[in-house]
Design a protein around this ligand. Structure first.
Ligand SMILES: [Zn+2]
Length: 144
């Protein structure tokens, strides 16, 4: 397996060298500034569910916070009253709580919304587990 490429400017890592990205990092705290504390709790619960599967690096950029194994397998955009989330899977079969699926090359972006910690449930854990497994299948186990 090839090691990840590290951007010399911002330190973010990618499977593909010199891939386009924004070098602007916006701290996780800034995404939650002025928001209800329950949204941060919901986010932390989602991250904990993702970490059951292996190492996860948070990549907060301007509009979203990505969860990265080798690739960014999940993403969260903090909105006023909820979290707009997605996972990247290798098929387009949606199951609850997924609301829609966008196809991007060989990736299927499964979108779901979380509004409270209780929403980050076993169904969400299952989606994260599957997305993490797709990343591992394509790129191998990530070093911690
Ligand atoms: Zn960069």
């Amino acid at each position: 397996m090839k090691p990840l490429w590290t951007c010399p400017k911002c330190g973010q890592t990618f499977v593909t060298a010199k891939v386009w990205h924004s070098c602007v990092n916006v701290p996780v705290e800034a995404h939650f500034a002025g928001k209800q504390p329950s949204l941060r709790e919901t986010f932390d619960k989602l991250v904990a569910l993702a970490e059951r599967n292996g190492p996860v690096t948070l990549r907060p950029v301007k509009t979203r916070i990505a969860l990265q194994a080798n690739t960014r397998f999940a993403s969260v955009t903090v909105r006023k009253n909820d979290l707009h989330c997605h996972v990247v899977l290798d098929h387009g079969k949606a199951r609850p709580p997924v609301r829609k699926v966008d196809k991007l090359n060989n990736n299927y972006v499964h979108v779901f919304i979380l509004a409270a910690p209780a929403d980050a449930d076993s169904r969400v854990a299952g989606l994260l587990k599957e997305a993490y497994a797709v990343d591992r299948k394509r790129h191998g186990a990530r070093a911690a």
